[in-house]
Every structure is written in structure tokens, then in C-alpha cells.
Write a protein that binds this ligand. Structure first.
Ligand code: BYC
Length: 474
């Protein structure tokens, strides 16, 4: 495996210099990416020196170096995890055959679609978070936001490399399209729903990095099983970067709760209005934000019954996260018992397992989401509170799949549209919740200081103190 050479115009470990045509095509795309970054990336911070990590290797030990970098000078590159010689296909109809180093002609179109959908989410998230820097709760958080943004930019590079290297002219056109759709754009929106939702406050940002980046984890893990080896290796390395994004979400939300608990103890009350007046996030509002982002992220897994998912599994394009943990890697005869709404209630129906793969992924994702809630609930219980946070039923507030046709309450009971309308503000952020959360978003940039609605982190980055100047605003 090649080490990463930073003297190259595009740092990479794929021997780009050995393929002149590909190198030229990517060097042609590079200024377009930079222009997109200037126009759609973090607004106004091009001159700031940011304490960023950059990949310098792809192995588990010491893969990143840290230093002050201006974001437009960040070295976005192409890094694949090391090849595993003799790797076999781990699932589907080709189970046990050698993994593919090229795209089989018959799977070109669905594979390209998967790569484009994955690639589309990366710049989308940068666009969604474009304005957040202006209301950062601390320099520590500002740096984390920018670290995530540059790495999402790199994840875009990861998919663009595959499109250019393996999909010829179509791939180059798709790579261009990834810079032309924009989050929330009425004419050219991003492909998946959640990536068109605005992320204009930091509570939403932490919910997004907890819930939506976790969808990223599950999708990347299932692509890391792909028979198409370059896709598997690219996504394996992306997962190492993704872990930090979820860390930012989980610790960010835990710090919001910690601060709320401090305010409750200072005031001697749990009353939501009093907590709000003191400038912290009351727990019912926290729960409503959680409901919104969790359910929106559930939609990202697609429909419960999907012929696309069945073909992707059968053809070896997309497996299940940690495929090795399953006994049956072909799933030809197995079935999945799926609950769905029917006239007068809910019925269970057996569907072929392959068609239910989106639901299989979604269920593993839900179990992973629960871990953070358990930790936050321990935080609440330790403080002597009876209030507990909970994940709403996956039937609640869905826009994709079988539950999108009915209204359900957060327990998963079917309710009529009128009742949903009446109780909506109990369950989902209202305009006044959003106004309140926005009112908290005041910029704090003195090193080590935190906004009043969030507790400091437990430790700084890379063993530096919390009051280190993580972003120098020049
Ligand atoms: N919104 O048969 P269906 C990340 C489309 S996040 C709008 O139900 P299928 C990240 C679907 O595309 C991970 N459209 O499901 C996180 C299809 O359209 P076409 C992103 C939706 O095909 C934070 C049609 O509905 N990666 O990395 O199995 C920050 C019927 O689809 C939605 C991936 O998703 C939706 N929510 O699709 C930064 C992996 N859901 O093709 C980054 C790649 C479905 O008929 N994508 N549709 O026009 C896939 O694996 C699959 O395409 C899906 C499920 C998971 C999206």
C-alpha cells in the first residue's frame, strides 16, 4: 500500500500519478470543488486558522496529524483502506467468489446510483451547516464544526474518485452534478429528504451529528461489505472519520443536558419556563428536537419493502453492517415479519428477507441510537430527575415507507390527522420552540468560554487544554 504523498496536487494513496488521464480529470474537478467550497461552505471563515486533523495514513495507529490550517488550504485527498489480498464476496448470489476490482457492466447503473446517493449527502451536510459558525457556543465547538465540514468535503472526494475512476463519462457528469444540487434548493435539491432540512442552530447540529451521521455509519458499514472492492475500501476509511462526527453529536447533547441540570439545581426547579428564562434548553424542547431528527433520519433507510434493496443485496452491491455476524449470507428462503398499517389496525406480514434489508439496517440503527439515550438518562437519574428521554416509535412522523400513509403518536398508535394536528406541538418543535432555541445562539469566541446553554467539554482536542485557541479568527 502506498503511503500518502502530500507533495502531490491531490494527496492520495491510490497511485494517481500512475494514471495520467484520471489525474487530469480529477485536477480539472478540483478547482470546481474549491469554488463550491467558497460559495457553499462555511461562510466567512476562509481566513481563520483552524486546528484541524488531516489524514496522513490509513492504518489504525496515528493516521492523522494536527495543525493550524486555513480551511480553503485543507488538503482534501483520496484515501482507501489497505486492500485485503484474496478478499471474497461476503453475501448475496456471488457469496464466496473473489471481490471485484472493476464494475461489472450489468451493475454499472445501480452501483453508480448508490455512490451518487452517498456522495450527495456529503456536500449537502456542509451546505446545511454553512451559517453555524456565526453562532458558535465556543471555539472548541467551532473547530469541531469545521473539522466535520472539511471531512465531509473529503468524503465527497472519496465518492468522486470512484465516479471518475470507474464510471467513465457518466461518472464525470455525476461528479459535476454533486456540486450543482444544493441543500434546500427548490429546483435542484439534494437527493435524500433529511439533507434538505435546515441546520441553523447548534441544538439541531448536535442532533444531526448524533442521528443523521449515525445513518452515515450504517450506510457506510453496509457499503464497506460491497463486492466492489474499491467502494468497500473507500468506505472503510470514511468510517474512521465518521466516528468523530458522532462523538461531537453525543458529547454535544450530553453537555446541553449537563448545563440544563446545573440550571435546574441552581434554580431549584424543573419548570420548563424557568429553565428557558435562565437561558438553558428545557428537557421537553430537547425531546421534541430529538423526535424530529430521529424520525427524519429513519426515513434515510428507505422503504421497509424495497426491490432496490433486494437487488443490491442479491448482486453483492450493498450488504448488512458487519455481515460476518450473520449465519446466513444468502438469505434466499428466509423471511422478515413486518408490521404495517391496515384497515382498522396493524397487521404483520412475512416478506422475503432480501426485500426487507432496509428495515434490517434501520433496526440495527435504532438499537445503536438507544445507547446514547441510556447514557443521557443515567445523567438525568443521577441528578434525581424522574424525566427520561426516549426514542419515539419508528412509526411516528415518517415521510418514507409504510408508516408514511398514516399518522401515529410517539407511542406508535395510529391517530387521526386531526388529533395529530392538535398534539403536534407536544411532539415536534414548534415555531416558538425554534425561535427560543435560536434566541440562545449567541456567538462565544473567548478561548475556554462557553455559551450559557452548554457545559464545557470534559477535555480538549488531542490532549490540548479546553481554553486553547482552536480557531484563530484573523
Ligand atoms: N428521501 O426502494 P426505496 C451520510 C428514494 S448519510 C428521499 O425505498 P432504496 C451522511 C430512493 O433513493 C448516508 N428519497 O429504497 C450523514 C429511491 O429513489 P430512486 C447516505 C428517498 O432504493 C451525515 C426511491 O426513494 N448514504 O453519509 O433501497 C452527514 C425508492 O427507494 C429516501 C446512503 O444512503 C429519502 N429519505 O434506497 C454527511 C447510501 N429514501 O433510486 C453524510 C446510498 C429513499 O428510485 N443509498 N428514497 O430514484 C442507499 O443505499 C439507498 O439508496 C437508500 C435506500 C438507503 C437511500
Amino acid at each position: 500500500m502506498q503511503t500518502i504523498d502530500y507533495s502531490d496536487k491531490i494527496p492520495n494513496n491510490v497511485n494517481l500519478a500512475g494514471d495520467r488521464a484520471l489525474q487530469r480529470a480529477l485536477e480539472h474537478w478540483q478547482p470546481r470543488f474549491l469554488q463550491w467550497w467558497q460559495e457553499m461552505g462555511p461562510s466567512d471563515f476562509a481566513a481563520a486558522d483552524v486546528y484541524l486533523r488531516t489524514a496522513v495514513g490509513v492504518d489504525a495507529e496515528g493516521w492523522a496529524s494536527y495543525g493550524q490550517v486555513r480551511m480553503p488550504d485543507y488538503r482534501w485527498g483520496i484515501f482507501l483502506a489497505d486492500a485485503r489480498p484474496g478478499r471474497g464476496i461476503g453475501f448475496g448470489d456471488y457469496f464466496g467468489e473473489p471481490a471485484w476490482q472493476q464494475v461489472p457492466g450489468e451493475y454499472r447503473s445501480p452501483l453508480r446510483r448508490l455512490i451518487v446517493t452517498q456522495g450527495d449527502t456529503e456536500p449537502a451536510s456542509v451546505e446545511q451547516q454553512r451559517l453555524l459558525g456565526h453562532t458558535c457556543p465556543s471555539l472548541y465547538d467551532l473547530r469541531n464544526l469545521f473539522q466535520i465540514n472539511v471531512e465531509e468535503g473529503r468524503h465527497l472526494w472519496a465518492m468522486v474518485y470512484l465516479l471518475h475512476a470507474y464510471f467513465g463519462r457518466d461518472g464525470r457528469e455525476e461528479a459535476q452534478g454533486l456540486l450543482e444540487r444544493h441543500s434546500g434548493d427548490a429546483d435542484k435539491p439534494r437527493i435524500l429528504g433529511t439533507f434538505n432540512e435546515p441546520v441553523t442552530d447548534w441544538l439541531s447540529f448536535f442532533m444531526f451529528t448524533y442521528f443523521t451521521d449515525r445513518d452515515g455509519k450504517y450506510q457506510l458499514k453496509s457499503l464497506a461489505e460491497s463486492a466492489f472492492d474499491p467502494l468497500a475500501r473507500t468506505t472503510q476509511f470514511m468510517l474512521t472519520e465518521e466516528a468523530h462526527h458522532m462523538f461531537v453529536g453525543e458529547t454535544g447533547l450530553s453537555r446541553v443536558i449537563k448545563r440544563t441540570l446545573e440550571v435546574m439545581s441552581e434554580l431549584g426547579t424543573e419548570e420548563a419556563g424557568a429553565i428557558r428564562n435562565a437561558g438553558a434548553v428545557d428537557l421537553p424542547t430537547f425531546q421534541r428536537y430529538l423526535n424530529f431528527w430521529f424520525c427524519s433520519s429513519l426515513d434515510l433507510f428507505g422503504s421497509e419493502v424495497s426491490s432496490n434493496a433486494a437487488s443490491s443485496f442479491a448482486n453483492g452491491l450493498k450488504g448488512r453492517p458487519d455481515e460476518a455476524q450473520y449465519d446466513d449470507h444468502r438469505c434466499i428462503d428466509s423471511v422478515f415479519s413486518l408490521a404495517q398499517p391496515a384497515a382498522g389496525g396493524v397487521v404483520s406480514e412475512d416478506v422475503p428477507m432480501r426485500n426487507a434489508m432496509n428495515e434490517v439496517l434501520r433496526m440495527s440503527y435504532v438499537r445503536d441510537c438507544e445507547l446514547g439515550l441510556k447514557r443521557w438518562n443515567r445523567q438525568l437519574a443521577r441528578a434525581g430527575l424522574s424525566f427520561q428521554l426516549r426514542l419515539p416509535s419508528p412509526r411516528f412522523h415518517r415521510a418514507i415507507g409504510v408508516w408514511s400513509s398514516v399518522s401515529c403518536d410517539v407511542e406508535g398508535n395510529i391517530v387521526d390527522a386531526a388529533e395529530f394536528g392538535r398534539r403536534r406541538a407536544e411532539w415536534l418543535p414548534s415555531a416558538s420552540d425554534r425561535d427560543f432555541v435560536r434566541s440562545l445562539m449567541q456567538r462565544v469566541i473567548a478561548p475556554g468560554k462557553m455559551a450559557a446553554w452548554i457545559a464545557p467539554p470534559e477535555r480538549g482536542i488531542n490532549s490540548l487544554p479546553i481554553d486553547y485557541e482552536y480557531v484563530r479568527l484573523n
